[in-house]
Design a protein around this ligand. Structure first.
Ligand SMILES: [Fe+2]
Ligand SMILES: [Fe+2]
Length: 359
């Protein structure tokens, strides 16, 4: 008997707990100063804003997140027929993707609920709609395995991280755009290697990622609506978030070797492709970009990853003096600082920022 036909509530509780855990690398839930966000004016980018809202209202992906929509047959292999490590990493991938999608849903829905600014409320209502579909679609994939996450419980019990609106813009812009780049890179790769498509959800990624792209466009406009947000000290904060988001993805993906092996793309090659797309897209609003052409960027990233792994190993082994872990953490922080202080590529964003998902 497969786990599909016999959902195990204990396992389902386990995935809910996985989603609930807050570590440096796990997707978080955010809360913000909703009044400040509600007070934002988008007049400076009115034409582009209205066009984007019209696009969101059209809801081109309304019928996309259904299994019977002509894209492909939904024939998920039973989890216990996959190699054990791959099954574990697939579940980890689904849980962390769901947490990220649902994190957006919770934040956007809350903004829409609390706001009174019609521009802001319209945007966040549409984005909450999209993220709710995305999260629900992934949760259905987990439910196939009896591993569905209790989203109501998660909303109540997961810790929320407070960020000022500008930090929400930087972090969420990057997570939407890198989300786009991640989904489209896997989709394009599997188009070329269909025999590697070991789970049906990948077939949905092409149209899916156009939603994420659009959400990123909205945050680009919000940032461009107020030039202070992308200049001066804030430009340094933007750089901090770029490095943090890239490093987090790089370290986390390396924890899924069987997953990437099954798809047939290494986590390093994947990072090169995803960061190149994200850098290219970010030119629409970021005043500088990490220099991906400098080998030292990749060397430092790899050192940071190895130090992060050393910390994990030390914690898992236990019995180590706390001082040793602190020393390892200091070394990891030094690598992060080296990435942050390396000379970035300067960039002058164009006068109008709207882009289409052309990758
Ligand atoms: Fe999403
Ligand atoms: Fe999104």
């Amino acid at each position: 008997m497969t786990r599909q036909s016999a959902p195990d509530p204990a396992d389902s509780n386990h995935t809910t707990r996985m989603a609930q855990v807050n570590t440096l690398l796990n997707p978080r839930f955010y809360t913000t100063d909703f009044d400040a966000l509600d007070a934002m004016s988008v007049e400076a980018v009115r034409g582009e804003w209205d066009a984007l809202i019209d696009e969101l209202a059209e809801d081109g992906n309304k019928r996309h997140f259904k299994r019977e929509n002509g894209i492909a047959d939904w024939n998920a292999q039973p989890l216990d027929e996959l190699p054990a490590k791959l099954a574990e990493e697939l579940v980890d991938f689904l849980v962390s993707s769901l947490t990220a999608e649902f994190s957006g849903c919770v934040l956007y829905a809350e903004m829409k609920r609390r706001g009174s600014n019609p521009d802001i409320c319209a945007l966040f209502r549409y984005m909450a709609r999209d993220e709710s579909r995305h999260a629900g679609f992934i949760n259905d994939a987990l439910k196939d395995y009896g591993l569905g996450i209790n989203l109501g419980f998660l909303t109540r019990e997961k810790q929320y991280t407070f960020f000022q609106p500008k930090f929400i813009f930087y972090a969420t812009y990057l997570s939407e755009k890198i989300g786009y780049a991640r989904y489209i890179t896997i989709y394009r790769h599997l188009q070329r290697h269909p025999e590697r498509c070991f789970h049906p959800i990948f077939n949905w990624f092409e149209q899916w990622c156009s939603d994420e792209f659009r959400h990123g466009e909205a945050f680009a406009l919000l940032m461009r609506a107020d030039p202070k947000l992308t200049s001066g000290l804030n430009a340094r904060w933007m750089r901090f978030f770029q490095i943090a988001v890239y490093a987090t993805m790089y370290i986390r993906d390396h924890k899924r070797p069987a997953f990437f092996d099954a798809i047939g793309i290494g986590p390093k090659e994947y990072a090169h492709k995803v960061f190149a797309i994200t850098n290219e897209v970010s030119k629409q609003v970021f005043p500088s970009l990490p220099d991906l052409g400098d080998d030292r960027f990749w060397t430092r990233l790899e050192k940071l990853r190895l130090r992060s792994e050393a910390i994990d190993a030390a914690k898992a082994a236990g019995g180590l003096a706390r001082a040793k872990i602190l020393l390892l953490a200091a070394r990891a922080a030094a690598q992060f600082a080296a990435l942050y202080f390396a000379r970035p590529l300067a960039n002058t964003p164009p006068a109008a920022s709207r882009l289409q998902p052309a990758w």
